[in-house]
Design a protein around this ligand. Structure first.
Ligand code: SF4
Length: 332
């Protein structure tokens, strides 16, 4: 990778976003499945895609993970892992009823939103959860306090929102939304409910925000932005929208380099490249290689933030790994 001086108008170059790709929650969830396979053997059942990325899911399937839609599909007595997006308490209860051993790989930043929901529901607030209808994270968070939570799916949805007492209303959000669109929704909610209170800290996570900031920085200079990510990955889809909003002439989401259409490069001299929080960098390298064979060899980093956050493995796994290490130690 080489830093390049400002290009002539016809020079071909790539602007590569940083940060991009794996966030701490995804990294932890993927390692959790790998460690669980090593520790307990195959199969490990995973409820829903552990993270929303086709390549990651296929790779883990080859190693012995079995992905299911519902806990009811998991044979009694097996191990089931819950994905990074989080689950409702009813899912934990169902797993317990079926005698399943569970490993909860919910991202700690999603768990934080669950806890906020529980706390505001206990204080009898109406909770306006800004998020996308049907998204797994929204289903999980809503399940923490179904009688108190109303989903608000974007600014247009605000006119439909009703509350019991407009002096006791709080908004929370899904972690992977567009920051700008969410603030527009909040502004409209505040017009309707002036006493609306905000979450104690940002619900849109650091990784989502940083990836959007980097894309904004490159968007105005790019003729084309390629976002590596899967179609069901909320934060990846948002990056395409943010790129277009920031002034990119064109932007597309691809799972793999092979999905790039040669026609997108017509008249293009600057290509922005980034990836969603569930995307391993090997897929971005594939895209850079594809571009370099078409003359886009100069790669300039657009750095928006440093990230150093890491999360420890799910507690059930840590407990069993510790127990095994202790047993091995005493056997020596
Ligand atoms: S995108 Fe944010 S909330 Fe989602 S897994 Fe990553 S760090 Fe956690």
């Amino acid at each position: 990778m080489t830093a390049t001086p400002s290009p002539s108008p016809t020079a071909k170059r790539v602007l590569l976003a940083a940060p991009r790709g794996y966030c701490a929650g995804v990294d932890r969830a993927v390692i959790a499945v790998e460690k669980a396979l090593e520790q307990y053997g195959s199969p490990i059942y995973v409820r829903h895609e552990i993270v929303h990325n086709k390549y990651v899911v296929q790779t883990l399937e080859r190693k012995g993970a079995i992905f299911v839609e519902e806990t009811a599909e998991v044979p009694e007595g097996s191990i089931v892992m819950f994905s990074a997006h989080g689950v409702a308490p009813t899912v934990h209860a169902e797993a317990a009823e079926r005698g399943l051993a569970t490993i909860d790989a919910t991202c700690p930043l999603v768990t934080k939103v669950h806890k906020e929901a529980v706390r505001f529901a206990q204080d009898d607030y109406d909770i306006l959860l800004i998020g996308h209808e049907g998204h797994e994270e929204v289903i999980g968070t809503s399940g923490e306090a179904p009688d108190h939570i109303t989903l608000v799916d974007g600014p247009e949805d605000v006119e439909n929102v009703e509350v019991r007492d407009d002096s006791k209303v709080v908004w929370l959000s899904q972690t992977t939304l567009s920051v700008d669109e969410t603030m527009e929704t909040v502004d409209r909610l505040k017009e309707k409910f002036p006493q609306l209170i905000s979450p104690p800290s940002d619900d849109i996570c650091y990784a989502t925000q940083n990836r959007q900031i980097a894309v904004k920085q490159m968007g105005g200079q790019a003729d084309l932005v390629i976002v590596v990510g899967s179609k069901n990955s909320s934060n990846s889809v948002r990056l395409v929208e943010v790129a277009l909003g920031a002034g990119a002439r064109d932007a597309h989401l691809v799972d793999f380099a092979e999905e790039i259409d040669e026609a997108w490069l017509e008249g293009v001299s600057t290509v922005g490249v980034t990836s969603g929080a569930s995307v391993p960098d090997v897929l971005v390298e594939g895209v850079l290689e594809w571009l370099s064979t078409r003359g886009f060899e100069d790669v300039e980093l657009v750095k928006a933030a440093e990230e150093s956050i890491t999360f420890s493995l799910p507690k059930e796994l840590r407990r069993d790994l510790r127990a095994e290490a202790a047993a091995l130690g005493s056997a020596e």
